[in-house]
Design a protein around this ligand. Structure first.
Ligand code: 5GP
Ligand code: MG
Length: 177
């Protein structure tokens, strides 16, 4: 895209992401079999990952979103995630798969999984496209991980820098600017 130098190499290319999303979908399908699945996307960052993952899944699923806020416009977490938009669907008795684009300290996901576990869901699992595992401050299980990365602030494919860059088709390091 115009606002990236043409020499910028993505950390994860469009092709690499598409291939990995396909693999994740295959594992999810194998694990859930004929069960009724609800994909719960974490706004806003997961919208592209969820859209691609959902279209790779050939099982019956419902889709909803939840919003958790912790970062504001900064690059580091404020450490106190708040759930600011709840799911519309009744999750009672449902198999819930939280779809998030990136897990860093784990604080956001921890708050979400705790909240969703109290919703009467039959199960709550997590799919995350990118995991910065070494940054974890609280324990949280990611059941389906796309990629693991040590460090760096990523943008593109839903990931933002102050609400911009989400529409980049691949994932880049912000320092590539
Ligand atoms: P956590 O609560 O795990 O520290 O933070 C998770 C959330 O922080 C992610 O869902 C995402 O919104 C944001 N985040 C963490 N790392 C990055 C990153 O490298 N790039 C972007 N754009 N957002 C990130
Ligand atoms: Mg997020």
């Amino acid at each position: 895209m115009k606002f990236f130098k043409s020499t910028s190499e993505p950390v994860y290319s469009k092709e690499a992401i598409a291939a990995r999303v396909g693999e994740l979908a295959a594992s999810i399908e194998a694990d859930y079999g004929g069960k009724q699945l609800v994909l719960v996307g974490v706004l806003t960052g997961s919208f592209i990952f969820l859209a691609d993952l959902a279209r790779e899944l050939s099982l019956d699923c419902e889709i909803d979103f939840i919003r958790v806020e912790s970062y504001g416009e900064g690059l580091v977490t404020s450490g106190a995630p708040r759930i600011t938009t709840l799911t519309k669907l009744d999750l009672t008795g449902k198999e819930v798969l939280v779809v998030d684009e990136i897990v860093d300290t784990g604080l956001t996901l921890r708050a979400l999984v705790d909240h969703l576990s109290q919703s009467g869901a039959a199960s709550v699992k997590v799919a995350a496209l990118v995991d910065k595992k070494t940054h974890r401050r609280v324990d949280v299980t990611v059941d389906y991980t796309g990629f693991e990365i040590e460090d760096g602030f990523l943008v593109g494919y839903g990931l933002d820098a102050a609400e911009k860059r989400r529409n980049l088709p691949a994932i880049y390091l912000l320092s590539d600017r």
